[in-house]
Ligand binder design. Structure first.
Ligand code: ZN
Length: 548
């Protein structure tokens, strides 16, 4: 018996291909039948599945400087898209007409590879990273490995290098014929390596692919994120920011941390008595604990350390963040989407209905959020947040400025901190030297008003006029920077009745500063100089972060 259905199907399939090849002639392009064509994962990766589906296009072959792409219905939009892709990957896309069946058949390869990817991703990348010995100990080591890396392994090398050197960000900056990779280590950008521009294009397209960003767009900013598996099975998340620049797109990759990389509150470098105040204030069942400082001052790291300190069974903690910088188990973390109808104020209102004990709001930057935060703090919640202000006294003025009522504010604040981070002198190449009389005098002038409240060790040093300070020349262990790790310098206020009366009369920043000084606040600069006198950091370092 002849299977009529099958026969008719085969005839109509043949007709479909005949029809496709005729249409190819009309468009004056080649024709391709992709049924049974062995599409590789590498070639499909050039065009993400969403774009392939939207435009009905399938990349299928790289030949010479040509990228061959199957297309069902050629149109100008596809031309523009492919032109963009071509620029990114440095190949010339050439279109070949294919039938709808060819397209549907090819599309199944995306699913097939995606499924394989799911099961194999972890092991496969682990194999790749373990093939190479990523024994990166310093900047020089990272640079040498990057120079030797093949184009396919270069990105892995740069990502792993950044993680190994405890960088917070990777900057990739193209110029006329090369691109510069820089890592931000301990808050300072360090040049790592300059490499040929040719390799840059591949890096960008791989990052865009991993972050599901538009491959064809290179004249507008884009943001995304991706995860990457480090050798030793540690997953790390990157936030990607792409900006068009004169010589192509500049990239900044922020390394987002893991719970286990969050430092304990005790290890951030707070003075013992400052640490005691923080612990007391965060143990209260309600009120606000706020940190302030510019970007990179470590203010959110402090909040994360506090969250880890507070996290225990029986306590419900909700955070509202933009972005979620660390994922913490046992805490409900919500990603705010500014401009998309989910602002901090919306998140705060919603979380209050979830009956939390502790709330963390990434940032208070408008009156509405401030108002709800204050209400939350007054109604039995411990509220942690950051606010933009240059000093601890300035935080009060900032709250009043964005419209919080003085009578609400004065009862709601447990603790205000302002902080910066100073780099610690490398213990391996640390040396002592005698300060010049001018520098010594300026240190004494700075600490004078707080001297009576300083530890005996410092008071003795000042009284005996011991002008010995520390500096570091740099060694292999600190990538020749002379520094290793950072610590907090902080000023803090727990409002008392004097501060409260200033709030009531809506005092200015300088009035708040004066009263804070009168009541014995140790300033960030004083805290920094105490750390200089204790031989932990340098005078220049304290001035670098406090004088800006
Ligand atoms: Zn050193």
């Amino acid at each position: 018996m002849v299977d009529i259905d099958n026969l008719l199907k085969n005839i109509s399939r043949e007709q479909e291909e005949v029809h496709a090849s005729e249409r190819a002639k009309q468009y004056n392009i080649g024709y391709i039948n992709l049924i049974g064509y062995p599409l590789t994962k590498e070639i499909l990766e050039i065009i993400p599945v969403d774009e392939a589906t939207k435009f009905k296009i399938i990349p299928y072959l790289k030949i010479g400087n040509q990228l061959r792409v199957g297309v069902v219905s050629p149109n100008p939009e596809i031309d523009t898209y492919l032109e963009g892709i071509g620029k990114v990957i440095g190949l010339k896309p050439t279109q070949f007409l294919m039938s709808e069946s060819s397209f549907q058949y090819s599309l199944t390869f995306y699913d097939k590879y995606a499924a394989e990817e799911m099961t194999k991703a972890i092991t496969r990348q682990k194999e790749v990273t373990e093939e190479t010995n990523y024994d990166i100990k310093d900047i020089k080591g990272a640079a040498e490995l990057a120079k030797r890396a093949s184009t396919t392994k270069l990105l892995d090398t740069l990502l792993i290098g950044a993680a190994k050197l405890n960088s917070s960000d990777i900057h990739l900056e193209p110029s006329e014929d090369e691109f510069l990779t820089r890592y931000r280590i301990d808050g300072v950008l360090q040049d790592i390596v300059r490499l040929p521009l040719l390799q840059y294009k591949q890096i960008i397209s791989r990052i865009k692919f991993m972050s599901k960003l538009r491959m064809d767009m290179n004249d507008q900013p884009q943001d995304g994120r991706f995860s990457f598996m480090l050798p030793g099975d540690e997953e790390i998340n990157f936030r990607v920011s792409i900006m068009p620049s004169a010589y192509g797109e500049s990239l900044v990759l922020r390394l987002l941390g893991q719970e286990k990389t969050i430092l304990k509150l005790d290890d951030l470098g707070f003075r013992p008595e400052a640490l005691a105040v923080i612990k007391e204030e965060i143990s209260k069942p309600h009120g606000m604990v706020l940190t302030s400082g510019p970007t990179g001052s470590g203010k959110s790291s402090t909040l994360y350390s506090i969250l880890i300190e507070l996290k225990k069974p029986g306590i419900k903690i909700i955070t509202l963040e933009d972005p979620v910088e660390y994922k913490i188990e046992g805490i409900e973390q919500s990603q705010i989407k500014p401009g998309a109808g989910y602002e901090f104020a919306d998140g705060l209102r919603a979380s209050l209905r979830q009956d939390p004990d502790v709330l963390m709001v990434g940032e208070i930057r408008d009156g509405e959020t401030a108002e709800i935060a204050v209400q939350a703090a007054l109604t039995g919640h411990l509220l942690l947040s950051t606010i933009h202000a240059n000093s601890a006294p300035a935080v009060f003025a900032r709250f009043l400025e964005i419209g919080v009522q003085p009578f609400l504010l004065s009862g709601s604040i447990n603790l205000i901190m302002a902080q910066r981070l100073v780099r610690k002198v490398c213990p391996f190449c640390k040396q002592t030297y005698t300060a010049s009389p001018e520098v010594w005098q300026s240190i004494l002038d700075i600490v004078a008003s707080a001297k009576s409240r300083m530890p005996k060790e410092i008071i003795d040093k000042i009284d005996s006029n011991d002008m010995t300070l520390v500096e570091a020349k740099g060694c292999d262990k600190c990538s020749h920077t002379g520094f290793s790790g950072r610590q907090v310098i902080v000023e803090m206020i727990t409002p008392d009745e004097h501060i409260e009366s200033m709030i009531a009369k809506k005092a200015t920043i300088s009035e708040f500063e004066k009263i804070a000084a009168d009541y014995g606040m140790i300033t960030m600069e004083q805290d920094g100089m105490m750390k200089v006198l204790l031989g932990q950091t340098t005078v220049e370092e304290v001035w670098r972060v406090t004088k800006s």
